[in-house]
Design a protein around this ligand. Structure first.
Ligand code: GAL
Length: 417
């Protein structure tokens, strides 16, 4: 009888005490992204919680914000949502986010998160969001076989890039695989701006949104440089997704892709090796400069006790060293926690962390405007719109494009956020 009771107690103890439901809004649907997210899903399942995907299709989170707003207005926020940059503060200011300070103290977030990340994930001194990674957007991905075949080196300036591009074209390969979507244009544009104008120009234009810096000769030069890339962009209008472009580089149909390091997740999933099959390098003119894009899962206030416990488990799992390692190995990014060692990571990840620190020291660590880190969603929307015009309206010369960008961003900044 005693043994029977003991067994019962053991079984009871091993059962999850609170099985909560975790609805999580995200837009990770490509092969590499989904695989990375599965790490988190399994961790939560092991804890006995029920994971509910709230997927908003669209790379770069184009439509995610609007969907989230709808749900919160209806009084039905998900347990957690992918929210980035200044938008985290906006939700926190409105009182919707759950503070996570006890957990943060227990897991020592303060000592192990870079300042720029702690600053965006904290509001009024309290943590309200959990950073899963550090992505870098000013990367280029190169098919090594094509580069070797044309006998070229990795270009480090835009002039060098054009010389290589001509050789590649002459061999009949596409040069830059690219998806025709505003956020993808913006991803290239922001790196060109950094290369042409330098870190101070970038900060004043895209973080401080200084009108006189946006409406400037330097910005015109940025557009002029971007225009020089246009003939090399290979877009498949019927399939504009970024991962389809990555696939073209993987298959050896195109030589380059200018994209954040989520692209690496696709190379890895296809079994390709960094340094052997593909090369990662900073985009021309941006070595030792770093445009960061940090995915964070913000935790919304919940009333159900079991769901709250599940949410706590989610936040705690995300900030564990174990998760940060396994997830980022698949996602292509590097861990947000600086105490996670990179011995299992490839050379791209190690270069990323190295250049993150160099850039941090020299004032060249900057938030990505294309990925919602630098400014509000409203200003970003106008930024996308101006770039879309530049890419598609034939009358858009460099001066017109620059003026349009300045006016639209100023208009966006008037909006209430
Ligand atoms: C970024 C996001 C990445 C990746 C990419 C493509 O904005 O931060 O995690 O998912 O979009 O969807």
């Amino acid at each position: 009888m005693h043994r029977f009771i003991l067994v019962l107690i053991l079984v009871w103890q091993s059962l999850p005490v609170y099985a909560g439901e975790l609805e999580v809004l995200h837009y990770w649907t490509s092969g590499g992204e989904a695989e990375a997210l599965n790490v988190l899903k399994s961790m939560m399942k092991e804890k006995g919680h029920v994971w509910q995907d709230f997927v908003v299709v669209g790379g770069g989170g184009e439509s995610a914000n609007a969907e989230l707003r709808q749900r919160v207005i209806q009084g039905l926020p998900p347990a957690s949502a992918m929210v980035k940059g200044p938008d985290i503060h906006r939700w926190a200011r409105l009182g919707f986010l759950q503070e996570l300070d006890k957990l943060a103290a227990w897991q020592n977030w303060d000592d192990n998160l870079p300042d720029v990340i702690a600053d965006v994930t904290r509001f009024d001194g309290q943590y309200v969001s959990t950073p899963v990674n550090i992505h870098r957007t000013n990367w280029m991905w190169i098919n090594k076989k094509i580069l070797d075949e044309v006998g070229a080196e990795v270009p480090s300036t835009w002039d060098e890039f054009e010389q290589v591009a001509k050789k590649i074209q002459a061999r009949g390969y596409a040069v830059i695989a690219h998806g025709d979507q505003a956020w993808q244009d913006a991803t290239i544009f922001e790196s060109v701006a950094l290369a042409v104008g330098g870190p101070e120009f970038y900060r004043r234009a895209f973080v401080e949104n200084e009108y006189a810096v946006i409406k400037s000769e330097t910005m015109m030069k940025v557009f002029a440089q971007f225009r020089r890339l246009k003939p090399y962009l290979k877009t498949d209008l019927s399939k504009p997704d970024w991962n389809i472009a990555t696939e073209a580089v993987i298959k050896g149909e195109a030589a380059f892709q200018f994209m954040g390091d989520w692209a690496k997740g696709e190379f890895e999933k296809a079994g390709l090796k960094a340094g052997e099959d593909f090369i990662c390098a900073a985009m021309p003119g941006t070595r030792n400069q770093f445009l960061y894009n940090v995915d964070t899962l913000a935790m919304f206030k919940l009333s159900d006790k079991a769901d709250r416990k599940a949410q706590e488990d989610l936040a705690s799992a995300i900030m564990s060293e174990e998760f940060q390692e396994v997830f980022n190995l698949k996602k292509g990014s590097i861990p947000a926690r600086t105490d996670v060692d990179l011995s299992k990571f490839d050379e791209c990840a190690r270069l990323s962390r190295k250049e993150f620190h160099i850039a941090e020291q020299k004032g060249a660590l900057l938030p990505s405007i294309a990925h919602g880190m630098a400014t509000t969603a409203r200003v970003q929307e106008e930024f996308y719109g101006a770039l879309h015009d530049f890419m598609h309206a034939p009358e858009m010369n460099d001066r017109k494009a620059m003026v349009t960008l300045a006016k639209r961003m100023r208009y966006g900044s008037y909006a209430i956020n």
